[in-house]
Design a protein around this ligand. Structure first.
Ligand code: MRU
Length: 353
């Protein structure tokens, strides 16, 4: 595996965000330097940086870029940071990352950067813990055998600063010798499963197969899958989970076949201010993502398009939502992710709730 963090702070040359360019993988592994808020906003919009925890890191570092650029103008810093927070509305970690770092603005730009860097430092430890908890639960739900896991989109190290969430749990299971195979859905339109998850599984040495999105339900129905394991972009208070478009359909298929769906995400993805999935804003992306494939048109250029980036899976279709400190199962939370979020966000709107 790469030892480079997916998103990091590079202090050289006046300082910049350093990010693995996720648009270029698997063909090319390159790191981009993003020295301005404009560059960071564009990189979040075009999915150079993507995946919920990685977006949290980008948000915090975006606030730091703004604070360093306008050290004597807090109003300008907040306005610039808001531009970062608003780029992708579904992934709550983005705004949370911004708010956590901005909570230190009164202490100066260096303090904002230090808070952002603390968020990055915590990410891997958090993910290892939630992966470990999710692996324990999956072993309980599907006892006595190495698992055949189906996953969707990319919830690995590339979706975080390091290690990953849903795919981090798979990695933990693999280290325990408990993975027979992972089936990765390709994840149209932008192929995060084919391009990124498969790349990570190869690096991990985990046996895997790639399928088109429309084969996922059939793999489940044919008995090729023991459990569906995914990440999330926002989990509502009632356990409804927003994740990459197509997750809901897989959950319906899993329910029909009686296999568990486990959502693995950090506490910071649980949004207790959002009562249910119906309240989650779903990001709509550009029509050309669907009208073309790798730049080649696959539909008439003026075709109207429906291109939601995410869907919501109702809690009733989930066996569990697992975070590093809490589990949602059978209609209620054990542990208290709200407290954990507050502890991680002192002084912010989240922390004071
Ligand atoms: O549009 P993306 O690639 O940012 O969507 C990412 C996902 O939907 C992931 O599954 C989600 O962020 C969980 S990953 C930790």
């Amino acid at each position: 595996m790469s030892t480079v963090r997916t998103v990091d702070w590079d202090g050289a040359g006046g300082g910049a965000v350093a990010a693995i360019d996720q648009r270029a993988l698997p063909g090319e592994y390159r790191v981009r330097r993003l020295a301005t808020v404009d560059a960071l906003v564009a990189a979040v919009a075009d999915l150079t940086i993507r995946g919920a925890p990685a977006l949290g890191a980008a948000g915090a570092l975006g606030a730091a870029l703004a604070a360093r650029r306008h050290p004597d103008d807090p109003a300008r810093v907040r306005a610039e940071a808001e531009r970062v927070a608003a780029v992708r509305p579904t992934a709550v970690n983005l705004r949370r990352g911004v708010e956590r770092a901005l909570a230190r603005l009164d202490d100066g730009a260096d303090a904002v950067l230090a808070e952002a860097c603390a968020l990055l430092d915590e990410d891997e430890a958090t993910n290892r813990r939630l992966g470990w908890r999710a692996a324990d639960l999956l072993s309980e739900l599907c006892p006595g055998r190495p698992l055949r896991v189906l996953t969707h989109c990319n919830s690995g190290a590339l979706a975080a600063v390091a290690w990953g969430t849903g795919l981090g749990a798979v990695r933990e299971l693999a280290e325990r010798g408990l993975v027979e195979e992972v089936i990765a859905c390709e994840t149209r339109p932008l192929l995060q499963g084919a391009r990124l998850t498969v790349w990570e599984l190869r690096e991990m040495g985990v046996p895997h197969r790639l399928c088109v999105d429309s084969a996922g339900a059939s793999a489940i129905a044919r008995g090729l899958v023991d459990a569906v394991v995914v990440g999330a972009d926002r989990v509502a208070a009632n356990g409804d989970a927003a994740n990459k478009i197509g997750t809901y359909a897989l959950a319906c298929a899993a329910a029909q076949s009686g296999i568990p769906v486990v959502v693995v995400a950090p506490d910071t993805t649980v949004d207790h201010a959002t009562a249910s999935g119906a309240d989650i804003v779903i990001e709509e992306r550009a029509p050309d993502e669907v009208r073309a494939f790798a730049g080649v048109p696959v539909a008439p250029p003026d075709t109207p398009v429906y291109n939601p980036a995410f869907d919501v899976t109702p809690a009733g279709l989930l066996a569990a939502v697992v975070t590093e400190s809490a589990t949602f199962r059978d209609g209620s939370w054990t542990g208290d992710p709200a407290d954990a979020v507050a502890a991680a966000n002192p002084g912010s709107a989240w922390g004071s709730r």
